[in-house]
Design a protein around this ligand. Structure first.
Ligand SMILES: Cc1cc2nc3c(=O)[nH]c(=O)nc-3n(C[C@H](O)[C@H](O)[C@H](O)COP(=O)(O)OP(=O)(O)OC[C@H]3O[C@@H](n4cnc5c(N)ncnc54)[C@H](O)[C@@H]3O)c2cc1C
Length: 529
């Protein structure tokens, strides 16, 4: 099997060298004090593989010699995920552990055999989907082997009557959508990592896509799931709803490879939309914007995509759009009485114009006081919706520390959480741009997604972000969730008990102990050591 090149690009999102436009670089220097001085980088190298001969022999017997890879490129290609710290580590800054081998099983039965064999051999396994984790979820502690699900790439079946599809876990989101489109169907799960992430990864992390208001979070889409554990196979989901005890699907959805390896997922699918419309509005101030989004959620008229940027994120978006355009827009908005512009993107997807018009009218009637900037802004957002990681590459290339973090809470606590996280980040980082948006709203609350941009520390680039992230996590603890959709991984594991309590942590540990008594599955993720 050809190794996909993007798995080798762990220090960047794309192979192309991306550069910031000159006006953006100038603006960034003014705003953040960015200079040309930053820690030099060098490519990461791998130590020799220490995969024991016996283990190689057993694994080769299951998947074939060509699917047990110990060469440097294959192992570096599955070293870590895509957090800022992982990307830095690939530039030779900070610490990261390189796996001893990459194993590529072909189907659920080979996955089960690999898991059993590793349990007997005492070999640690890191399940690896698209490798887009931003919380240390695919870090290979203890010189583990990476179990790459890339060959589980089939659409197993489509039940058009029930609107269900069964995918193998390694199917990437664009391939899933392409396969479903042939049946006139869609999953509608569009996270920013869409181009690379997999069906199994979405289930393992309780992912949420940009259109979650319309299509739901990924866990809402999972009807059934198949998981290989060292103790045998788990299979859940025989009916759309059940009163047969607790819903055990949710023991494995979000289990981040710590309880078992997801091999197949049955997902709810919907008809492909025939019409779509995305529009941009501007509201005056974050508090007013959040109130509008709350009304939309509580009146149940949210657009499929509903995304509110705070003043700083809006300012940055306008600045990046370029000098004259941005100045003209600001003047226009001032004339319309908007002093603290906050951008609101709304997008609807429907089967026909009539459905779209009805839903649009219901949403728009609640946007009192908002200034409509029209479809150009909405469409620009839609077309650029996957650009974030490319922009991050360009920023990192000029010595910027750029990272995101996310949380969620109830409406009554949203402002407090917003203020506390912002304060924690700015206190820790000093001169930094800290911006935020709401992109997932519920009747009872919403997510907050923060992006940070600051000059990378010359002396201690990793420590700079570790300290800021710790400060933000402390601010979140007790007020919101430690993760709305990025999952727990290694980074959030120390904060999980504060959220679910000692007994909750004990329950998770008991489940882990039952399914994985030798503790070989993704150690250190989800449950802190
Ligand atoms: C630029 C960027 C943007 C992002 N945007 C979003 C977003 O909008 N919404 C969102 O929800 N997330 C987002 N993420 C986070 C990430 O993409 C999601 O967590 C995604 O669900 C991970 O899928 P993956 O296939 O890449 O999984 P991986 O990164 O490979 O793995 C994630 C975790 O799941 C485990 N795992 C993977 N596959 C399996 C399996 N088959 N069985 C058991 N365990 C498994 C891994 O061991 C790991 O702990 C973003 C990440 C990046 C880098």
């Amino acid at each position: 099997m050809a190794i996909r090149t993007d798995q080798l690009l762990r220090s960047a999102w794309t192979a192309d060298q991306v550069e910031l436009p000159p006006h953006t670089l100038r603006w960034l220097r003014q705003e953040t004090g960015l200079t040309d001085a930053w820690t030099p980088t060098k490519p990461l190298t791998a130590p020799p593989s220490e995969l024991p001969d016996k283990a190689r022999e057993v694994l080769t017997g299951i998947v074939g010699a060509e699917h047990v890879l110990t060469d440097e490129a294959s192992r570096l290609g599955r070293t870590g995920g895509l957090s800022y710290l992982d990307l830095l580590a690939h530039k030779g800054v900070g610490e990261i552990s390189v796996p001893d081998a990459v194993v590529l099983p072909a189907d659920p039965s080979e996955v089960a055999a690999v898991v059993q064999a590793c349990a007997e051999l005492g070999l640690t396994i890191v399940p690896f989907g698209g490798g887009t984790s931003v919380v240390g979820g695919v870090q290979a502690a203890n010189r583990a082997i990476v179990l790459d699900l890339a060959r589980l790439d089939r659409l197993v079946l489509v039940d058009e009557v029930s609107r269900l599809a069964v995918f193998q876990a390694g199917v990437r989101a664009p391939d899933a959508e392409k396969a479903l489109a042939e049946y006139g169907l869609t999953l509608g799960h569009v996270p920013q990592s869409f181009e690379r992430a997999t069906i199994g990864g979405f289930a393992a992390t309780r992912s949420a896509g940009q259109a979650s208001s319309g299509y739901g979070r990924f866990e809402d889409m999972v009807e059934g799931i198949r998981v290989a554990t060292p103790r045998g196979e788990l299979r859940f989901g025989v009916a759309p709803a059940s009163a047969a005890g607790p819903d055990l699907r949710h023991l494995v959805i979000g289990s981040e490879g710590a309880f078992g390896v997801i091999t197949e997922v049955t997902v709810r699918v919907r008809p492909l939309p025939k019409v779509r419309r995305y529009e941009g509005f501007v509201v005056d101030g974050w508090e007013r914007g959040a109130e509008i989004v709350r009304r939309l959620a509580q009146d149940r008229v949210l657009a499929d995509v509903t995304r509110l940027s705070d003043v700083d994120e809006t300012r940055v978006s306008f600045a990046l759009a370029g000098g004259l355009k941005a100045a003209g827009l600001r003047a226009y908005l001032r004339a319309r009485g908007i002093r603290r512009p906050c951008m609101l993107i709304v997008g609807w997807e429907a089967q026909d114009q009539r459905e779209l018009a009805t839903r649009r009218a219901a949403t728009i009637s609640r946007l009192r006081g908002a200034v409509r900037l029209g479809r150009v802004l909405g469409e620009a957002w839609r077309h650029g919706r996957f650009n974030g990681p490319r922009q991050r590459d360009a920023l990192m290339n000029v010595g910027v520390c750029v990272e995101t973090l996310e949380t969620a809470t109830h409406w009554s606590q949203l402002d407090e959480l917003y203020d506390k996280v912002r304060l924690a980040l700015t206190d820790s980082l000093g001169r930094a741009i800290v911006m935020c948006h709401i992109s997932h709203a519920y009747e009872t609350g919403a997510s907050l997604y923060f992006t940070v941009i600051t000059p990378r520390s010359v002396d201690d680039p990793a420590g700079q972000w570790l300290r800021a992230k710790a400060a933000a996590c402390e601010a979140i603890s007790g007020l919101g969730t430690i993760s709305h959709h990025h999952a727990v991984g290694v980074d959030h594991a120390p904060y999980l008990t504060a959220e679910i309590g000692d007994l909750g942590t004990e329950v998770l540990a008991a489940v882990k102990n039952t399914l994985d008594p030798a503790g070989i599955l993704n150690p250190g993720k989800l449950i802190a050591p």
